[in-house]
Design a protein around this ligand. Structure first.
Ligand SMILES: Cc1ncc(COP(=O)(O)O)c(C=O)c1O
Length: 489
């Protein structure tokens, strides 16, 4: 069976992702057993002949599957003895270093490259390592499409009735019920449903700042944050951020003392691009710092549902006692990116955010909100999230292993515990902007580090988006990237 990435350009054949020839199916199922811990390092796997009998496939298919697993670093062949699960060391390389603090806040310059990379991410002629868009095959599209049709058929007036709303109540109730289950007491009428997380971030920032104000942000930062800050004519103050535990609180404290900071914009759960996860105790200290300096925080929690551990991490909002944390999120990474349905829980700024929502887009299509409410209510979401998390985790693992095998020695990698991106720091001398241009000639889209900072930082870094299911083309593109990098060195 051949699945293809959608190509907006019918003249060119799209990049094809070969999904599941027999050997790949076998390799992936064995790999899942390793990921789940059923097959452990040192275990001997069935011999080629026995596996062929067990699975009803040819010896050649088993051999090919075992070779794939060897290449992926899961299996090793021991002479005269058979195939064994290799000791797992997915991240042998060191982690990226933390940036130095920024001396003064700065206006953000327009970066045409950001738009270029995001636009190209919809073009199936390019290997999508650039934008953090998960592949469409990871979502329950058919189920949602059926539900959408059914919702519209049951009440066609949803399409023609005026849709001024802060949020369709059954959906906001479902969202708040999920937060409650995770230990975050959020009432449904504290939420404003928005057009994606992007609108939520825009509205919340606008609610607590005016042009010229300074916002403290993590560095590196999601380029969308920089674009929003630029468009609102705000200044950004970059705070060093660890790839493991998030924003450095000492540096944040110093920055707040020395500058007239009006708000803090953070991503404690599975930061984009670092993938870091702030421990609960640090979230609590961050909240105390906000109280001490009487500052609001805008929290982007879009990746929280994609945790690899057992429990969804709590947002900073869980510690909020006086409504200063403005939580923003959406279904963009977890369920239906194109529905563009997100939300804000703006705490004490609720009325301001509602007014801004009114002037910005007035409402969010009810037919989409109702579809999502029914999907969440009927229990399909948790089941879907389990397989999505498994897929993200597995993809990240394969990307990390392959990059470590091929990229130059001395390259550093973040170790995300959720989400779908890895931050890569190459040895000094690698120019990722040049790499970006060179890779385009091979139809590979990348995200150079420079996009993630206000000023010229991270020229030897890159964010690797791992949203694409593993396929031979993914591996060969990573190998091609490694050749281009090595040429630079
Ligand atoms: C960290 C982060 N926040 C927000 C967004 C945008 O979310 P949405 O598509 O819901 O507007 C993205 C999209 O990539 C993101 O990575």
């Amino acid at each position: 069976m051949l699945t293809t990435l959608h190509s907006p350009n019918p003249a060119k054949p799209p990049l094809a992702v070969l999904s599941q020839p027999l050997y790949a199916e076998l390799a992936n199922s064995l790999q899942s057993l390793v990921e789940q811990g059923t097959l452990r390092p040192g275990h001997r796997v069935p011999s080629v002949r026995r596996m062929s009998l067990q699975r009803g496939v040819s010896i050649a298919t088993v051999l090919q599957a075992y070779t794939v697993l060897e290449n992926r670093g899961y299996l090793e062949a021991r002479p005269q003895s058979g195939y064994y699960i290799r000791p797992r060391a997915p991240f042998l390389s060191p982690e990226p270093r933390m940036a130095r603090p920024m001396a003064k806040p700065s206006y953000v310059g327009v970066k045409d490259l950001t738009a270029e990379i995001v636009e190209r991410s919809g073009n199936a002629d390019f290997m999508p390592f650039g934008a953090a868009c998960p592949h469409h095959s990871l979502f329950p599209n058919k189920k949602l499409a059926r539900l959408l049709g059914s919702v519209a058929r049951r009440d066609p007036t949803l399409i023609s009735r005026h849709a001024m709303n802060w949020g369709y109540e059954p959906l906001t109730r479902e969202i708040s019920r999920r937060y409650l289950q995770g230990g975050v007491p959020l009432a449904h009428d504290e939420l404003v449903v928005t057009i994606g997380c992007t609108e939520a971030l825009n509205l919340c920032l606008r609610a607590v700042t005016k042009p010229g104000d300074t916002v403290a942000i993590e560095t590196p930062a999601y380029f969308g944050f920089l674009e929003i800050i630029q468009s609102l004519n705000l200044r950004a103050l970059e705070i060093p951020t660890s790839s493991r535990e998030g924003i450095c609180l000492d540096a944040l404290r110093d920055a707040i003392k020395q500058n007239d900071v009006k708000a803090v914009l953070v991503m404690p759960n599975f930061h984009n691009p670092l993938g870091s996860l702030m421990p609960d105790e640090k979230k609590q200290r961050l909240y105390q710092l906000l109280v001490e300096f009487d500052l609001p925080a805008i929290e982007d929690d879009i990746y929280a549902d994609t945790h690899f551990g057992d429990v969804r991490p709590k947002p900073l909002k869980a510690w909020d006692r006086d409504g200063r944390v403005m939580l923003c999120s959406s279904f963009g990474k977890s369920l239906a990116p194109s529905f563009r349905v997100g939300w804000a829980a703006p705490g004490r700024y609720l009325e301001r955010v509602r007014r801004l929502k009114f002037t910005n887009t007035m409402g969010t299509p009810v037919v989409l909100q109702k579809t999502l409410a029914e999907f969440l209510r009927d229990g399909g979401y948790d089941h879907h999230l389990r397989s999505l998390r498994r897929a993200y985790h597995q993809q990240l693992h394969l990307f990390a292993q392959t990059m470590q095998r091929h990229f130059p020695e001395g390259t550093r990698y973040s170790r995300p515990q959720g989400g779908n991106v890895i931050w890569v720091e190459f040895p000094a001398g690698v120019d990722t902007l040049k790499l970006y241009r060179d890779a385009l000639k091979h139809r590979i889209n990348t995200a150079p580090g420079a996009l993630f900072s206000v000023k010229d930082r991270y020229n030897n870094c890159m964010r690797m988006s791992c949203g694409l299911p593993w396929a031979d083309e993914v591996e060969s593109s990573l190998v091609k990237l490694s050749e281009l990098i090595k040429k630079q060195l």
